[in-house]
Design a protein around this ligand. Structure first.
Ligand code: BGC
Length: 345
């Protein structure tokens, strides 16, 4: 999609200032090094693997464009263990990282990481899995990059409502009420809790009569969602008219189950996700999903790199949209068949 003009301008200004202030005697050689440590809760998570890919592409762009600059990234997969992630951060510090980007495994347990970073005076940017405010405020070199979960749920609900109004046949039972199920992400994740609530609120606000049949946790995962959807179908049969999934992978898992059962299109519920991952977009294009909500991973990756370069150098990040000096949240956007061509990523 949009390419990073903002990033280019920012980097040009930031890096020239940094180079002037840096070890200027090495003219012609790489004389500015930024080492970024990065750990994700699970590298097999579709959204995060795409976000990481975008981040690495941005880093490569900086290195190619800025002579005399070497940004390197030391990457780790925490494989769903907070203990492993704490050890990874320890390693990053011992290997001389100047800034650390953490996608927490357990968003309620950042204390070890904060303590180690603080002791070594290395700034930390948390991303995507939001720690509680009290933890983020506990030291001035801690930041968060993500998005506003409330907005994603609202857009999901509104998009579903618009579809239902345009497709009255979705109410297969003809009772004037849409029977729905929810596929939820991890229990305790800010996005699961908030998206599940606000998507339903938005449907009600839009005047759709709804009835919840059941919700089921599938931990953001396509395979688990397929399995859960199988159980939901076994219990509720073709009464299910709408599937609200907290992300695209789970929405696609639900569609996979209908594919496995060879359910004809007319007998399937409307299925909607959130993220706009590559596979999610493909799901919208081939009409497995009625829509999705763009979780701006490119914007998040870009903001994280800009912030990382600024804070690593101890620069004020004045030109970044930092709320409370701490938070950068990128907006979400609706994606349907109508506008999907803008999202050719
Ligand atoms: C994304 C999910 C992802 C999760 C991981 C959410 O913001 O929508 O797809 O699995 O973050 O933390």
């Amino acid at each position: 999609m949009r390419k990073s003009k903002f990033l280019s301008i920012f980097l040009a200004v930031f890096l020239s200032a940094a180079l002037m202030a840096g070890c200027g005697s090495d003219t012609g050689r790489r004389n500015r090094e930024v080492r970024i440590g990065m750990t994700v809760y699970d590298e097999y998570d579709t959204f995060l693997s795409e976000l990481t890919e975008d981040f690495m592409a941005d880093v490569a762009e900086v290195n190619a464009r800025e002579q005399g600059t070497a940004v390197s990234v030391l990457r780790f997969n925490a494989a769903q263990s907070q203990i492993t992630q704490n050890e990874q951060v320890e390693k990053m510090i011992s290997k001389g990282c100047n800034v650390i980007c953490v996608n927490l495994v357990d968003r309620t347990d950042p204390s070890m990481i904060i303590e180690m970073a603080r002791e070594a005076d290395i700034p930390v940017i948390f991303f995507n899995r939001e720690l509680v405010e009290e933890d983020l405020m506990s030291w001035d070199r801690l930041y968060y990059v993500g998005a506003d979960a409330f907005e994603s749920g609202k857009i999901e609900g509104r998009t579903a409502a618009a579809y239902l109004k345009a497709h009255p046949e979705t109410d297969r039972s003809g009772d004037g009420v849409i029977q729905y199920v929810v596929l939820e992400g991890e229990a305790g994740h800010q996005d699961s809790i908030v998206r599940s609530e606000t998507s339903v609120d938005a449907l009600i606000e839009e005047g759709i009569q709804i009835e919840k049949l059941e919700s089921s946790i599938a931990n953001w995962n396509r395979g688990q969602a397929q399995n859960r959807m199988g159980q939901l179908i076994d219990r509720h049969g073709d009464a299910i008219e709408l599937v609200l999934a907290n992300n695209d992978d789970m929405a696609l898992g639900a569609a996979d189950e209908y594919d496995r059962r060879e359910t004809p299109a007319k007998e399937r519920p409307a299925i909607i996700g959130i993220d706009g991952t590559k596979v999610g977009l493909e799901g919208v294009r081939n009409e497995k999903l009625i829509g999705t909500v763009y979780n701006d991973r490119k914007g998040q990756a870009e903001a994280m790199l800009k912030l990382a370069l600024a804070v690593a150098a101890g620069e004020p990040a004045d030109d970044l949209p930092l709320a409370d000096g701490k938070y950068i949240r990128l907006p979400y956007a609706e994606i349907t068949m109508e506008n999907i061509d803008q999202y050719d990523n």
